[in-house]
Design a protein around this ligand. Structure first.
Ligand SMILES: C[S@@+](CC[C@H](N)C(=O)[O-])C[C@H]1O[C@@H](n2cnc3c(N)ncnc32)[C@H](O)[C@@H]1O
Length: 290
């Protein structure tokens, strides 16, 4: 069941409500998407107002965004990241979660780690998740099976880069998570009886490797008009791992074309706030949430 109520606000922001049935409960997702700089936008949000942040900032790897320049000097970039992360820390609840998606490039492999180290005075690194974009495994018949997409690198030195990080940063390192929301069945069913913590359920924690391929697209400009997105399913996993409860307030300071917003809608998050500096990406995000 879905309904919708849209209205433009005086400050130019956009608000829409969408009703989603989740199990037997009716959740209403309210969207507050603002075109503008997230540092200015977050300054207007009250302390400890946000439950959950799922975001992917620019990585300073020279990506050709529409409006933002992704080539800053390293120190300036890290300092800017510390500024927006300090705002996130201020507005996050003590038991909140920041899921920070970061990638590297073969010639710049330490950047994600440097950034997380820089944020150590603000957050505790509670979990490190590997987002696997492409993988080859051997099946039981000894056959190699490949899944997913990656950008091939032609190099005598570097491997194809098939993963990114999702750092789960929390204010105190004690944020409870819903491990079994992403749980999987045991391969060996004897484990159900072996481990007391299963309580007889055939479900175990999936672990910190998430294989989430990009969707196959044929018309880049129409289907994914942004140079650096994460899949909706990645943000959905983060939301479900943090734990779906009523009245969740979620933020993405670097909204891009709104994949985190679509995930929030699918999960029935109560309120979603997003900032994006590029008007065209923001327009696409609004189109996507319908
Ligand atoms: C890595 S992309 C995010 C993509 C997004 N996760 C998605 O799936 O569409 C980073 C985004 O941050 C935006 N951006 C850069 N500086 C910003 C700022 N100060 N405030 C808000 N958005 C900004 C860029 O325009 C870019 O779209």
């Amino acid at each position: 069941m879905a309904g919708s109520l849209d209205s433009a606000r005086d400050d130019g922001s956009f608000f829409t409500c969408t009703n989603v049935r989740l199990g037997q409960r009716l959740f209403v997702t309210g969207f507050d998407l603002r075109h503008g700089d997230c540092l200015e936008g977050m300054a207007d949000i009250a302390d400890e107002a946000i439950d959950l942040v799922v975001t992917s900032p620019p990585y300073n790897l020279g990506i050709a965004y529409g409006r933002y320049s992704d080539r800053q000097d390293r120190e300036g970039y890290l300092e800017w990241c510390h500024q927006w992360a300090a705002q996130v820390r201020r507005i996050l609840k003590p038991a909140g979660s920041l899921f920070l998606n970061l990638g590297a490039s073969p010639s710049n492999p330490l950047l994600p780690h440097e950034l997380v180290l820089r944020l150590r005075d603000l957050f505790v690194l509670q979990n490190t998740i590997h987002w696997i974009k492409a993988i080859t495994i051997e099946n039981d018949d000894g056959e190699l099976v490949s899944r997913g997409h990656f950008k091939p690198i032609s190099s005598p030195r570097y491997l194809n880069d098939c993963h990114e990080y999702v750092f789960h940063l929390t204010p105190e390192g004690k944020t409870p998570i819903d491990r079994l929301a992403l749980g999987v069945p045991y391969a060996d069913k004897s484990n159900i009886a072996r481990w007391g913590h299963t309580q007889g359920r055939d479900r175990r924690c999936r672990g910190n490797t998430w294989f989430i391929p990009y969707q196959t697209i044929t018309r880049r400009a129409k289907d994914r008009p942004h140079p650096a997105t994460f899949p909706i399913a990645l943000a959905e996993n983060c939301i479900r791992l943090h734990g779906l409860r009523e009245n969740l307030v979620m933020l993405d300071p670097f909204l891009g074309i709104g994949n985190s917003a679509v995930a929030a809608k699918r999960c029935g998050v109560k309120t979603f706030i997003g900032f994006e500096i590029d008007e065209q990406y923001m327009a696409e995000a609004r189109r996507r949430i319908g």
